[in-house]
Design a binder for this molecule. Structure first.
Ligand code: 13P
Ligand code: SF4
Length: 370
């Protein structure tokens, strides 16, 4: 059971704000040592290296959600973004505590689909069909818990970048159409991989009545794609790939499915962060790779494999970092961990019970189907 200190107040962050990084690193290590098995630290592959190095387990969203579901620790400190810590809370036992070291570490794509907007879309679709018997709602795991709960309640499911095609197959086995949110690019690429023509996947503009679509377009569509995107992955352009191929005709290109359809189409491989790591790891020494995903991960791969003569290049010429995930820094981590040592929980992520119950239904459907 987590320990609680009721005799003193939590340590304020102001005492950590200007601590030098090296001091934080020492204090993080000391706190981890004291907390032992009561603590598990999960780190997403996009996390900055000075935080990532402290993670007990690392992974993509699917792997991390499985790890959170199976962890025995009292405290799950999530070095990722808000929706990941919510998933850890939903899938862990009630007495376990999920913590996000900086509460402002959100996901701008997740914020593009709100429950109010999705409920409005569902209501508006009723002018054309009965959405509850026609559409399976599918939410990318990069979404707030209330949207996962919406999917749980309406016969829907969650997907990640590593299982989206499988989840679409499951969804079409339930109902004839899919409403996919928030990432249009993952939805389009996964639908395309299933053989669905592009003109049967239409875009829902949440600012317009009926998503800016005609009833006829909705009747013809197999997938309605929410108009959301990841601004980090939008920086990668087909021209980057064309230039690379001209300069290095023997090189390989691998991209994350949050990239645009054109970038995915021009790539040799498309996959989740875990798939990108596995593919480059298993590649022959001496190969060259152009990688279309977040900079921290690409830099780590470049460093890790240069000894084997593999060259790993970042796809864009500008810096594309997940700036929200980067808000989790050594100062916030030291602050959270030292508070735990002192018996105080700061930055707990707690999804309300009713919402968590329905979200768990949609997440469990995903874990069972993948
Ligand atoms: P992965 O599940 O591939 O790690 O992706 C998560 C994410 O947020 C990518 O932007
Ligand atoms: Fe969200 Fe994009 Fe960051 Fe992934 S990279 S967590 S989709 S903002």
């Amino acid at each position: 059971m987590p320990l609680k200190n009721t005799s003193s107040a939590a340590l304020p962050f102001s005492g950590y704000q200007s601590l030098p990084d090296e001091v934080c690193q020492q204090r993080i290590l000391a706190a981890k040592e004291k907390l032992g098995k009561r603590l598990v630290m999960l780190g997403h592959h996009y996390q900055r290296s000075d935080v990532f190095q402290h993670a007990d387990f690392t992974g993509d969203s699917l792997k991390l959600s499985r790890l959170a579901a199976n962890s025995a620790a009292d405290y799950i400190v999530f070095c990722g973004v808000h929706f990941m810590a919510e998933v850890a809370d939903i899938l862990s036992r009630p007495e376990q505590i999920a913590i996000l070291p900086d509460l402002s570490a959100g996901c701008s794509m997740a914020d593009m689909a709100t429950l109010a907007r999705v409920e409005r879309a569902w209501r508006e679709l009723k002018a054309v069909c009965d959405p509850d018997t026609t559409f399976t709602p599918v939410t990318y795991i990069n979404s707030a818990a209330d949207l996962k709960a919406f999917c749980g309640e309406h016969g829907g499911i969650v997907c990640t970048s590593s299982n989206a095609t499988k989840i679409l197959e499951w969804s079409f086995a339930q109902r004839e159409k899919v409403l996919f949110f928030p990432d249009q690019h993952l939805g389009r690429w996964s639908g395309h991989k299933m053989g669905i023509p592009l003109d049967e996947m239409v875009l829902w503009d949440w600012d317009q009545p009926l998503g800016g679509l005609t009833p006829e377009q909705i009747r013809k569509a197999r997938i309605i794609l929410w108009n959301g995107l990841c601004s980090v992955h939008m920086m990668f352009q087909p021209s980057h790939i064309r230039r690379f191929r001209q300069e290095h005709p023997d090189g390989f290109v691998i991209s994350h499915p949050e990239c645009s359809f054109e970038v995915c189409e021009l790539s040799d491989f498309v996959g989740s962060t875990e798939t990108i790591i596995k593919t480059v790891t298993e590649a022959k020494p001496g190969t060259r790779w152009l990688v279309g995903t977040e900079l921290n991960l690409v830099n780590r791969l470049a460093e890790q494999f240069k000894g084997e003569g593999k060259v790993v290049q970042f796809m864009a010429s500008t810096v594309c970092m997940c700036s929200t995930m980067a808000r989790i820094d050594p100062q916030h981590l030291a602050w959270c961990l030292e508070n735990l040592v002192a018996g105080h929980v700061v930055n707990q992520i707690k999804v309300p019970d009713e919402e968590a119950e329905l979200a768990r239904v949609a997440l469990q459907r995903m874990l069972d189907a993948s």
